[in-house]
Write a new protein. Structure first.
Ligand code: NAD
Length: 494
């Protein structure tokens, strides 16, 4: 299933340097023609419809996946309920931890297979699925496996219980990793789960279902239902779901919150972002440029915490943007399975259209656009790394999440102005600061309204570190003890 449409050239060729392509083999991956729903420990037929999932870098269909109806979701919730009462709530933490350790080890053993499948179904570069998504997904299971028998030490003097059946809905940008972020803490705390992956990237969750079977997890502890918004909505509205966890757009997050509030249902929302990436004049510029590149072009910019708003101090702005553009010329856009590729395919046609629409709106409102000279493959969904300068705060591109490889640049003169511009957004998920001055880092970090703040680095993740937002970026944390707490309810103690 090799992809031969990689034509992404770059300015490296101008220096007489050429990459030989290094395509990852797909021979390890066995994609079935069609998939059922994973309910009560087995793949079962859905009560009706199905849909195709495709490779966004070629537009070729990969498989046909079931679309779970509300009856199917009900079956999954009932299986999770029975499993909760029969096995999972009665099991010791140490035994639950053993299952999580086993899942983590199986993910490690099958890492290459998972990474290739993630890249095929989602379009992200293989070096990212191999070096980021897979190791982090396994790390989340390992980390939470360790907590499963230590919950009383994590939350001393409190009487806690699992919620019961948890409904979890995840997006398409880090399909397996988001599944791991959701499943591992829920299971460690003794809940059972109905999980819905995004409609454009269901395949790694379905491969995870095989792992779940292989590790002999009791049937019904994890149920995976595929489908789009209607399936998600059926989980949200199901009267026997005891807690909801959602990662996705702010728009859908608000709908879910409305529904959860009516039933007083515990809820965590990990939503969109428009992160400021602030570069002060004394920053180590070469490192800062790498940080900015990583901040916005990692995973084609399909990252909720992407550093999508560059705020650069006026005194260095011209030099910085010039160097940044030269660096962007060196990025390789093309076949996601090529180990040299820096920027892969846009996840879907709809997302490509949204990116294009917003960039055009930016240009109409007066922004200047920079795109490198790379050529793009003819088939598939592609967008080149793009920089918009001359952007005003009132422009749509400065306010709305683009969720693509598009960096919006503004300048500032003083730290106060940087802070005001950085916080001038309805979102509050992440932020980056680059300066040599520790005192300035602390001054900024205390005042930035963002759930995660990186200093002199960007996009660093660890399962022990809580992740989550303020304002329209949502509420609740995932990772660390804060993330665990979301999967337990207080029944007594202090
Ligand atoms: P989306 O909200 O359209 O979809 C997310 C998930 O919700 C999908 O599984 C989808 O099928 C489901 N869904 C859609 N409508 C629904 C409904 N009415 N009820 C229940 N479920 C429904 O978002 P997306 O386009 O898939 O993902 C991109 C968004 O996710 C971006 O805004 C991004 O910032 C955000 N995101 C946030 C984080 C975070 O941790 N904060 C992480 C990744 C992505």
């Amino acid at each position: 299933m090799g992809n031969s449409n990689s034509k992404g050239g770059s300015a490296l060729e101008d220096f007489g340097i050429e990459y030989a392509s290094a395509i990852e083999s797909t021979s390890l991956v066995n994609i079935k023609d069609n998939y059922g729903l994973f309910i009560d420990g087995d793949f079962v037929d859905s009560s009706g419809k199905s849909f195709e999932t495709l490779d966004p870098s070629t537009e070729k269909p990969l498989s046909v996946v079931s679309e779970a109806s509300s009856e199917d979701v009900d079956r999954a919730v009932q299986a999770a309920r029975v499993s909760y009462e029969k096995y999972w709530r009665k099991m010791t933490g140490a035994d639950r931890g053993r299952y999580l350790f086993r899942i983590a080890r199986h993910l490690q053993e099958r890492a290459r297979e998972f990474a290739v499948l993630e890249t095929l179904d989602g379009g992200k570069p293989i070096k990212e699925s191999r070096d980021v998504d897979l190791p982090l997904a396994a790390a989340h299971f390992f980390y939470h496996a360790g907590w499963a028998d230590k919950l009383e030490y994590a939350f001393p003097q409190r009487e806690l219980e699992p919620h019961g059946v948890v409904g979890q809905i995840i997006p398409w940008n880090f399909p397996l990793l988001m599944a791991a972020w959701k499943l591992a803490p829920a299971l460690a705390c003794g809940n059972t789960v109905v999980l819905k992956p995004a409609e454009t990237t269901p395949l790694t969750a379905l491969l995870l279902a095989e792992v779940i079977r292989d590790v002999d997890l009791p049937p019904g502890v994890i149920n995976i239902v595929t489908g789009a918004g209607e399936t998600g909505s059926a989980i949200v509205e199901h009267p026997e779901v005891n807690k909801l966890a959602f990662t996705g757009s702010t728009e859908v997050g608000k709908l879910i919150q409305r529904s959860a509030v009516k039933r007083n249902l515990p809820l965590t929302l990990e939503l969109g972002g428009k992160a400021p990436h602030v570069i002060f004049e004394d920053a180590a510029l070469d490192q800062a440029i790498e940080g900015v590149i990583n901040g916005i072009f990692f995973n084609q910019g399909h990252v909720c915490c992407a550093g999508s708003r560059l705020l650069v101090q006026e005194s260095i702005a011209e030099n910085f943007i010039d160097r940044l553009q030269k660096r962007i010329e060196l990025l390789r856009v093309g076949n996601p399975l090529d180990k040299n590729t820096d920027i892969g395919a846009i996840n879907s046609k709809a997302q490509l259209e949204r990116i294009d629409l917003l960039v055009k709106a930016g240009i109409e409102e007066g922004a200047e656009v920079f795109k490198p000279s790379c050529s793009l493959p003819e088939k598939g969904y592609w967008y080149p790394p793009t920089v918009l300068t001359g952007v005003q705060q009132s422009h749509r591109v400065a306010r709305e999440e683009i969720f693509g490889p598009v960096l919006v640049v503004q300048t500032f003169r003083t730290p106060e102005e940087a802070l005001e511009k950085a916080n001038n957004t309805p979102y509050g998920l992440s932020a980056g600061i680059w300066t040599e001055k520790g005192s300035l880092i602390h001054w900024m970090a205390e005042r930035l309204r963002a759930g995660v703040i990186w200093a002199n680095t960007f996009n660093k993740f660890d399962p022990a570190s809580p992740f989550g937002g303020y304002k329209e970026s949502g509420f609740g944390r995932e990772g660390g003890m804060h993330g665990l707490g979301a999967y337990l309810k207080n029944t007594g103690g202090r």
